[in-house]
Write a protein that binds this ligand. Structure first.
Ligand SMILES: Nc1ncnc2c1ncn2[C@@H]1O[C@H](COP(=O)(O)OP(=O)(O)OP(=O)(O)O)[C@@H](O)[C@H]1O
Ligand code: SF4
Ligand SMILES: [Mg+2]
Length: 324
């Protein structure tokens, strides 16, 4: 059985001016110990999807579908069980979370907090665990006595990873864990995450704009556009030979892992991502698609088979599959 299974998950934010369909019908699964990358431009629904997994969305969000963690539906779980899941089974490293560290509390106390609040360790055990966690993320034990402002951005991000590891979760969701860091530090933090998840058999969902980063760290890749999955498959294949024109543009935009020059909108792809409140009909990508054909604006697009273990939501991928 998969560790995590998403079945037709949708998230709609209800705001004063109407409804924002941020995630639309996403189905995915993740095996224990596997790493899944989720890519897509700003606003494609990546963080919304990540937060839905642990029911961390604001109350204006309405979530549909099923999210099964070890067979238990997260969406209908009692709050007590949900709280336990958030610490002990799955934890999340948020986008820009390093800035969310409490500035007036020592690093060691912040890492120990979940262990103590959830009665997972006595104070002296928690101290030992903090030392162990700091070592795992490549920081010396004495850093436990430092305050966040005494650390660099990369070191703070390592602290966030130590916090995510504290309760030995089975799943870590890392939402843009390295975006705010410079290239060298980005590479170090990424290889740290890669090593830790492999060593401890932790499953990983990593979110990024940068397909090259995800292809390097993850086994599987899911590409989102306007709240939908548009491509899914083994990460290196999706990165090297994308089947959906949008994934192709993303792959071309980030040729090298963490290249700062390529942290921008996909090269060669005109236009902006659509406003979710005014989504184009048919294939949502058609107004920007360089290979759109007649019918794309009305097509009922679906994730069609696109090679072994692969799917893509494009008529061309479907046609190639039918020919082969
Ligand atoms: N609380 C909210 N209320 C209304 N709309 C929201 C809310 N949060 C997010 N959205 C909208 O939902 C859509 C998806 O946002 P989300 O933050 O999930 O995107 P993202 O892919 O994580 O983008 P980024 O790469 O910039 O982090 C966007 O159109 C965004 O404006
Ligand atoms: S279905 Fe049409 S518009 Fe959509 S990605 Fe494929 S060719 Fe482009
Ligand atoms: Mg986000």
């Amino acid at each position: 059985m998969s560790l995590l299974e998403l079945d037709d998950v949708s998230v709609t934010y209800r705001i004063a001016s109407g409804e924002v369909p941020a995630v639309r019908g996403v189905s995915l699964s993740l095996d224990a110990g596997a790493a899944l990358g989720v890519a897509g431009e700003s606003g494609s629904g990546k963080s919304t999807l990540a937060m839905a997994l642990l029911r961390l969305l604001p109350k204006e969000a309405r979530v549909g579908g099923r999210i099964l963690l070890d067979g238990d539906d997260v969406l209908t779980m009692k709050w007590g069980r949900m709280r336990a899941v958030r610490w002990a089974e799955a934890s999340i490293v948020f986008q820009g979370a390093q800035h969310g560290l409490n500035p007036v509390r020592k690093i060691g106390d912040q890492i120990a907090e979940p262990l103590l609040t959830h009665n997972l360790a006595k104070p002296d055990e928690a101290r030992r665990r903090v030392t162990e966690l700091l070592e795992q993320v490549g920081l010396p034990a004495w850093r436990a006595r430092s305050y966040p402002h005494e650390l660099s951005g990369g070191q703070r991000q390592r602290v966030m990873i130590a916090m995510a590891l504290a309760c030995s979760p089975r799943l870590i969701i890392a939402d843009e864990p390295t975006t705010a860091l410079d290239v060298m530090v980005q590479a170090q933090v990424l290889s740290l995450i890669k090593e830790l998840v492999a060593e401890h058999g932790i499953s990983l969902i990593m979110i990024s704009h940068d397909l090259s980063v995800l292809a390097d760290v993850c086994d599987q890749l899911a590409v989102m556009y306007a709240g939908r999955l548009v491509e899914h498959g083994p990460s290196r294949e999706v990165f090297r030979e994308a089947r959906h024109p949008y994934s192709k543009a993303l792959a071309a935009a980030f040729p090298t892992v963490g290249d700062p020059g390529s942290r921008m909108a996909p090269k060669g792809l005109g236009g902006d991502p659509p406003d979710p409140m005014q989504l184009p009909g048919g294939c949502s990508f058609h107004p920007r698609c360089p290979v759109a054909v007649d019918g794309c604006s009305t097509l009922d697009v679906q994730l069609w088979p696109a090679g072994p273990g692969r799917t893509a939501a494009c008529v061309h991928a479907r046609a190639e599959e039918e020919v082969s």
